[in-house]
Design a protein around this ligand. Structure first.
Ligand SMILES: Nc1ncnc2c1ncn2[C@@H]1O[C@H](COP(=O)(O)OP(=O)(O)OP(=O)(O)O)[C@@H](O)[C@H]1O
Ligand SMILES: [Mg+2]
Length: 146
């Protein structure tokens, strides 16, 4: 599935559609990878997902902290936490372990959005959904799901 998003308002609507159609996994965390160049819109999409999940905290890029965990307020019965990981600064998948990644992956209450999966591909379990972002010269984005 592929969609063209022209504005941040359209991105919010797209994130709501994505969350509305999401079937969280029952046997562990729901891992979603976000691929695309620097500035492609991976963090912007995560912020829009956080809004769709009614996260009230400000969602910032976790480039320096690597990982942020947001508690969800119960609007989405099966999901308890949104976890945003930015693997850009990691060099191998083994660097996921100190983030508690394996434990996080075992909890079906967790929705994990991971930027730069390419950096940790050697240790990453198969994601439930792969999303990729392509920026066009007019700043619109194509978002593809598979
Ligand atoms: N769909 C969109 N429509 C308009 N602007 C967007 C859209 N997506 C992202 N942007 C803008 O593009 C800029 C870069 O986006 P963002 O930080 O999400 O990129 P990123 O893919 O996370 O990059 P990085 O790999 O550096 O983390 C931001 O200022 C953001 O507001
Ligand atoms: Mg980012």
């Amino acid at each position: 599935m592929e969609t063209l998003v022209k504005t941040l308002a359209e991105l919010d609507a797209e994130a709501e559609r994505f969350i509305g159609g999401l079937a969280p996994k029952e046997d562990g965390a729901t891992l979603v990878t976000l691929s695309g160049d620097l500035g492609a819109g991976k963090t912007a999409f995560t912020k829009a997902v956080a809004r769709a999940l009614c996260v009230e905290e400000t969602v910032n890029s976790p480039t320096f902290v690597l990982e942020k965990i947001y508690q969800l307020g119960g609007e989405t019965p099966k999901l308890e936490r949104l976890i945003h990981i930015d693997a850009y600064r990691l060099e191998t998948g083994s660097e996921l372990a100190p983030l508690g990644f394996d434990e996080l992956m075992q909890d079906s209450g967790n929705l994990i959005l991971l930027e730069w999966p390419e950096k940790v591909a050697d240790a990453l379990p198969a994601p439930a959904i792969r999303i990729s972002f392509v920026v066009h010269p007019n700043e619109s984005r194509t978002i593809s799901y598979d």
